[in-house]
Design a protein around this ligand. Structure first.
Ligand code: TMP
Length: 238
């Protein structure tokens, strides 16, 4: 059993703690919700519990069934999970199957347009700069990652998409887009970290196209908690 020691980081949705094992951290999911880089703030009741379970369920499947290495070690409680210690690569890796959000806005592609091929974007993870969109040359020039890291991350991100797109289709959900973060372990291996949840993915009901994710909070669409509960229901039948 790993003991929770001092907090080393608090993000917008999670806290991270050291443990008595130098190679393991504990993440603790909060109900706090922010959007537009913290400009909009609120609470989504029960979100932390749902995001913890959803993330762990998906990471375990990705690891076992798709061969994607992840930071997941063990769920400790409703909100807490033991994970491998990593240094986060400061890139937000966004995969899109259907145009929505910032892609639709920036490129004038109507929301809901199915993209002929999945696309990948990098943003530089930097709150002061509002996580600007960058390309791989920027990432290399700024020393955010090596060419090898970027190639590994790209391969793994598309692998995650192939697996999750099919998986979600099976439970009546279109995986529109999502954001991943990767980390480096002490021995330099790139693994999937952070979370995969309704906070970080766009999920649309396959039949009604109803939004079942954080866009309900971002866009004031109402029934935010209901959408998170619906994802739990589709995954676990609860
Ligand atoms: P975007 O359309 O706003 O760029 O978002 C693309 C995807 O990334 C969407 O599923 C939401 C997710 N996302 C995050 O997880 N964190 C963020 O800070 C942003 C901007 C988007």
């Amino acid at each position: 059993m790993s003991t929770k020691l001092e907090q080393i980081y608090e993000g917008k949705a999670k806290k991270v703690y050291k443990t008595d094992d130098p190679e393991l951290f504990i993440v603790d999911y909060k109900d706090d919700a922010t959007a537009f880089n913290g400009k909009k703030k609120g609470t989504i009741s029960g979100k932390g519990v749902i995001n913890n379970r959803v993330t762990n369920f998906l990471m375990e499947k990705l690891e076992k069934e798709a061969g994607v290495p992840t930071h997941f070690v063990k769920e400790l409680s409703e909100r807490e999970t033991l994970v491998k210690k990593v240094t986060i690569v400061p890139l937000e890796v966004i995969i899109r199957n259907i145009a929505a959000g910032s892609m639709s806005k920036r490129l004038g592609i109507p929301e809901g347009t199915v993209l002929p091929i999945p696309t990948l974007e990098f943003s530089y993870k930097n709150d002061d700069l509002d996580d600007p969109l960058i390309n791989d040359y920027h990432a290399l020039a700024m020393g955010l990652a090596t060419r090898e890291d970027i190639d590994t991350i790209t391969t793994l991100a598309f692998k995650v998409n192939d697996y999750l797109k099919t998986f979600f289709a099976g439970i009546g959900i279109e995986l529109v887009d999502f954001k991943l973060e990767f980390g480096k372990t002490t021995d330099g291996t790139i693994i999937l970290a952070d979370e995969i949840s309704p906070d970080t993915c766009r999920f649309w009901d396959s039949k009604t196209h109803e939004k079942l994710d954080k866009d309900r909070f971002r866009r004031d669409l109402g029934n935010v908690e209901g959408a998170y509960q619906e994802i739990l229901h589709r995954l676990f039948g609860e």
